[in-house]
Design a protein around this ligand. Sequence first.
Ligand SMILES: CC(=O)SCCNC(=O)CCNC(=O)[C@H](O)C(C)(C)COP(=O)(O)OP(=O)(O)OC[C@H]1O[C@@H](n2cnc3c(N)ncnc32)[C@H](O)[C@@H]1OP(=O)(O)O
Ligand SMILES: CC(=O)C(=O)O
Length: 538
Amino acid sequence: MTGERIYLYDTTLRDGAQTQDVDFSVTDKIAIAQDLDRLGVDYVEGGWPGANPTDDQFFAEAPELTRATFTAFGMTRRPGRSAANDPQLTALVQSRAKAVCMVGKTWDFHVDVALGIPRDENLELIRDSVAALHAAKGEALFDAEHFFDGYKRNPAYAVQCIRAAFEAGARWIVLCDTNGGTLPHEIDAIVRAVIAEHGIPGDRLGIHCHNDTENAVANSLAAVRAGARMVQGTINGLGERCGNANLVSLIPSLMLKMGFETGIKPEDLPRLTQLSRSFDERLNRAPNRHAPYVGASAFAHKGGLHVSAVEKDPASYEHVTPEAIGNRRQIVMSDQAGRSNIIARLRDIGLDIDPKDERLARLLDLVKQRDGDGYAYDTAEASFELLVRRELDGVPRFFELLRFHVTDERRYNAVGKLVVESEAVVRVRVGNEIRLEVADGNGPVHALDVAMRKALEPVYPALKGVSLSDYRVRILAAKEGTGAMPRVLIRSTERDGSEMSTLGVSTNIIEASMEALVDSYVFTLLKSGAAPVARSAG
Ligand SMILES: CC(=O)SCCNC(=O)CCNC(=O)[C@H](O)C(C)(C)COP(=O)(O)OP(=O)(O)OC[C@H]1O[C@@H](n2cnc3c(N)ncnc32)[C@H](O)[C@@H]1OP(=O)(O)O
Ligand SMILES: CC(=O)C(=O)O
């Protein structure tokens, strides 16, 4: 464990903005910069002043960061212009950023083809631009674009380029694997050579990796092991093409495994899970449940052998504790489960059962048999709890769904506009009363949900606090085409933000949806402690 300091440089708002499908607003940028500052990253690269109106406005309204250095991005001066006379460099100087990072060419092929200027002239571009921004801002950084590809083809020229930036006063020379094609052993060898053979000290070297061979994180760690002391990356690995090194994976590896200090206090590391998920939320993306460290499945144990050992000591199947990064452990039920899974899940639910209770074996068989029928309980914890409770101690009969039907209509209205509507009719028994309700909806499931709520909410107001937040259909036997078996997973959200998932399986997608809906109503009523309306005899 080294205790040495690694500097974290976030480029989510610049390279992350180069992700296909991502378009930050100024409001997004302000909120993300503040989140990163609170976490404790050292540099927040805000974007490119002068490149687009969003970045111009963002730099004009730059948030006051308390810990991070707010940094602007740009490129070295254009050929044929002096640094003082280049509008792009002027925008960097005039921006409210405290530091400036400039990208410059270090691969001879790019100088020849992309810039089309003599190689010596490119050295002048780098030298002048870094010197000018160093003088104007106090801190200039140099992103050595394509450094690894350049070094592999023409090491002498690539090193001349970074030396020009170094001698002109760049605080950090950031070695970029721009095309993302370099592998960890090459990064290791080249970074070591830059330090040992070419005399650029590691505490002036950064690394910026792209993920085109899915090695961006491994490459960044390799560079750090070889001596680089600054790491660039983005939240959740956003970035051009396949993305950048994911800081959310890098940070815990650097701090928890390699023993480095960063600007993030160890007690703030548990913010990481929330930061990663709220970032996805902001981008309207479903968080990757399999993301290392922070994904919902990162500490979800499914295999029976795993759960058996985790119950004895979680370290048996966990490389770090979930709490260290603000995540949590989950025990999952499925056909891969053993008795240990069932016991652990029952304990989570609040049902203490003697491990020798013979009902456990029955329950396990039932779960496996239902899994074979398509009921994947590993993502539908509320339906699983209802199944268990029905088997063990019963679930109150809050209502009885007697029948339903749905009609869909597609027509052109009087002004020739296409209208698609659904109408649902439900007949439900609550106590002794039969309630018949009709409702329209923008689709059949919506119409059914509205009709069921019309029937149930007057008697069970607790249902008003829950709304449907996600609806997914998965075809279980695709080869049967439209005759295949769909599984419907419904996620519902309560007023306090907590969520529950229920599922239904049937060859009829509406029936599968209704099964999942009914489970969500029953589960809500069970959790709310609602008293079932009794049915009197006679
Ligand atoms: C590796 C990276 O990710 S670097 C960051 C890449 N990010 C972006 O490009 C996003 C923001 N970019 C933009 O908004 C625009 O490209 C701008 C405003 C910067 C420039 O736009 P334009 O002036 O229309 O130029 P355009 O983008 O077409 O081409 C880039 C020009 O810069 C030149 N150039 C490229 N890199 C450098 C450099 N390091 N130093 C100097 N000039 C450079 C190119 O040769 C090209 O010049 P040319 O027009 O004479 O052929
Ligand atoms: C600077 C940068 O984003 C790159 O070279 O990939």
